[in-house]
Write a protein that binds this ligand. Structure first.
Ligand SMILES: [Zn+2]
Length: 107
């Protein structure tokens, strides 16, 4: 199995913030997805995808630069806490380990 997958790692409402388009309080939700590449059973963490949607006007933004500075700061506070799950790094760890064993075995 080779392919790219993603899983939801954060799903939070932006507190004390109104949507700048429809002016509704606390209607913005931040979703962060961890994207990873899968090589057989080995996962390799790639990047994160961020979406902000508004439950009131139904906008969905993937570029947080469209929000006012104050809103961006609150969105970043949420996205900064959303890390790739540790096991998505296993691919890197195992490949590095295999290479090191290969180098040592040659000597
Ligand atoms: Zn809105």
């Amino acid at each position: 199995m080779i392919g790219v997958g993603k899983r939801l790692i954060a799903d939070e409402t932006v507190k004390r913030t109104a949507c700048d388009r429809c002016d509704t309080e606390e209607s913005l939700t931040v979703k962060v997805y961890s994207k990873f590449f899968m090589l057989k059973i080995l996962p390799f963490a790639l990047n994160r995808e961020i979406y902000v949607d508004c439950s009131s006007c139904k906008r969905v933004e993937s570029n947080i630069a469209v929000f006012p500075r104050r809103t961006q700061d609150r969105i970043e506070a949420i996205t900064d806490d959303a890390k790739h799950p540790w096991y998505l790094y296993l691919g890197y760890v195992i490949i590095t380990g295999a290479l090191l064993i290969g180098i040592i075995a040659k000597q």
